[in-house]
Design a protein around this ligand. Structure first.
Ligand code: ATP
Ligand code: MG
Length: 310
């Protein structure tokens, strides 16, 4: 049966207030410092992912909640502008939209997050209709979406039963536990998309070769993101490394991995060869890595010749 959407994602809705300076460290004792600049953007790994997926021509749907506040409206507007279907983004009175303050200096940053709406989805929100409406479920921000975390393996299982393929980008575990039933969930994952450090933590291995061996035995497609060193893929016992030219300076590292994921899946859901999917992914990641915030550098379908035919 034809599905209405290519991809559905659960939104870790939040905004990013990004402050940057050569010396961004705050000074307590009521000391006021000025900073070189700031930007205010839609944040949230899954929201940035959905925006990139839609810009690349996928029919993307985001399920999420926002507060009845200016930041919530900003997120809905940013998703709309990218072409994401926001019909299932609900404004919930009494809820505060999540917000992260990023303090950026040189190639490092510190983050302070108020989760609010970011973690507000619960099992009751994941109706069968939502899962069945799309060809693919991309599950992200596993450890931050705490309202779903106790049930996420069950949700992936349901998604598979309802005819979805599934990708997973856990992102970082701020509590350092790295479990949540991860290994058992891999039975329901078609493509696993961690960065290198995450791959080590998730597999419990000490180097990338061992982590890749452990993970590729359990998942059909493993893609590991390696920042300015590019990315690697493992599939059916074969591996391939894609290197990248360093992104121009001026970026802050926010959202490169999420746009990479969307680039990879845009290729994969259009049936392109895996090496082409990896190339598109790296281009999308690099484009975002060179700009401030997670949205500005994102590529549109017209900028990715391999996707133009679809
Ligand atoms: N400085 C850079 N220069 C060129 N390409 C980059 C750079 N940083 C990231 N990329 C591209 O983007 C991809 C994803 O970036 P990264 O490895 O930082 O993901 P991540 O750690 O998951 O990021 P995120 O913080 O968004 O979760 C890389 O595999 C690479 O292709
Ligand atoms: Mg990431």
């Amino acid at each position: 049966m034809e599905k209405a959407y290519d991809i559905v994602v659960f939104g870790d809705t939040c905004v990013d207030l990004i402050l940057h300076d050569e010396d961004i460290a705050p000074q307590f004792g009521q000391v006021e410092k000025t900073v070189a600049g700031y930007s205010l953007e839609m944040g949230g790994s899954c929201c940035i992912f959905a925006a990139q997926a839609a810009k690349l021509g996928l029919k993307a749907r985001l399920l999420g909640k926002v507060g009845d506040d200016a930041f919530g409206q900003m997120i809905i507007d940013a998703l709309d502008d990218a072409g994401v279907d926001t019909e299932a983004v609900f404004v919930e009175p009494g809820l505060k939209t999540g917000a992260t303050v990023h303090l950026v200096q040189a190639d490092d940053r510190a983050m302070l997050t108020y989760p609010g709406s970011l973690a507000a989805l619960t099992l009751d929100d994941i109706a069968d209709e939502i899962l069945a409406s799309a060809r693919h479920l991309h599950y992200g921000s596993l450890f931050l979406q705490t309202g779903l975390l106790p049930h996420w393996v069950e949700i992936l299982k349901r998604a598979k039963r309802l005819g979805c393929t599934v990708s997973l980008d856990t992102n970082w575990d701020p509590h350092g536990v790295w479990d949540g039933g991860f290994i058992s969930a891999l039975d329901y994952v078609d493509a696993l998309l961690p960065n290198e450090q995450e791959a080590l933590h998730l597999s419990g291995q000490v180097d990338l070769a061992a982590a890749a061996a452990f993970l590729q035995a359990r998942v059909a497609i493993l893609v590991v993101k390696q920042g300015a060193a590019g990315a690697s893929i493992w599939h059916q016992g074969e591996s391939r490394r894609e290197s990248v030219v360093s992104a121009p300076s001026g970026g802050d590292g926010i959202g490169a991995g999420d746009s990479f994921d969307a680039g990879f899946l845009a290729g994969w859901l259009n049936g392109l060869p895996l090496e082409t999917c990896l190339e598109i992914a790296c281009r999308c990641g690099r484009a975002v890595a060179g700009r401030a915030g997670g949205l500005r550098g994102q590529l549109w379908k017209s900028q990715v010749p391999e996707l133009e035919a679809y």
